[in-house]
Design a protein around this ligand. Structure first.
Ligand SMILES: [Zn+2]
Length: 224
């Protein structure tokens, strides 16, 4: 009898939680749906950066049928954008996978914050190109591989470096080098961007020399 009561309580708690999660998801979905617009059958993006997203997606024809949502988030720790697979979609296998690219609404620059709205067109395109590079990288991994990827990214600097360089490399292989360079220079040349952030970019991402080497390699391959 006592066990039955325990079981009942467990069920009720579980039901309660499911209802709460459902309500929260509806609220979240509605607030996101308001600010996003459909870029194509499989891609959504905030209206304010629609043109930039269109330009970035045009370099990645193989992502045409991959579900990707680009969304604003209030603040993202340590970076300005972040691409990740939607956790539940990992259970559906590669074809049912859905990715979200979060963009920080505000970028903290020393004491003042400035909105993504005031960042030049090419810089946003380069940023998105790098994030779509992450999506390409994820597409080559199994769902289990992606869960492992998430853990390693949290705990290993060496792994972060590898992941960020992969994303840059995918963007360059897809012909986005001009945008990637503009974005990098925007960060490194901006006097008010904190040194930590600049150092992070230098430490984890491709250097201008490495970018040039990749372009050479890519062009040699396409000549053959
Ligand atoms: Zn990245």
């Amino acid at each position: 009898m006592r066990q039955l009561v325990k079981l009942k309580m467990k069920f009720e708690l579980k039901d309660c939680l499911s209802v709460i999660i459902l309500i929260l998801s509806v609220i979240l979905f509605q607030s996101q749906a308001m600010s996003t617009t459909l870029l194509s059958e499989h891609h959504t993006v905030p209206e304010s950066i629609k043109k930039e997203a269109k330009e970035a997606f045009s370099f990645y024809p193989e992502l045409e049928n991959v579900d990707i949502d680009i969304r604003f988030k209030k603040e993202i720790k340590k970076s300005t954008m972040q691409a990740q697979p939607q956790f539940w979609s990992l259970l559906k296998g590669k074809k049912g996978r859905r990715y979200v690219i979060f963009i920080s609404k505000k970028i903290k620059i020393t004491d003042s914050e400035f909105s993504t709205k005031h960042i030049p067109f090419n810089v946003i395109v380069g940023w998105l190109g790098h994030e779509l590079g992450h999506v390409c990288d994820y597409q080559n991994r199994s769902s289990f591989g992606l869960v492992k990827f998430g853990f390693k990214y949290l705990f290993s600097e060496k792994f972060i470096k590898q992941a960020e360089r992969n994303a840059d490399s995918f963007a360059i292989i897809h012909g986005m080098e001009d945008y990637i360079i503009v974005t990098k220079n925007f960060i490194l040349d901006h006097a008010n961007i904190p040194e930590d952030y600049k150092n992070r970019i230098k430490r984890f991402y491709l250097s201008p020399e490495e970018i040039m080497m990749l372009i050479d390699e890519r062009d040699k391959k396409s000549d053959n």
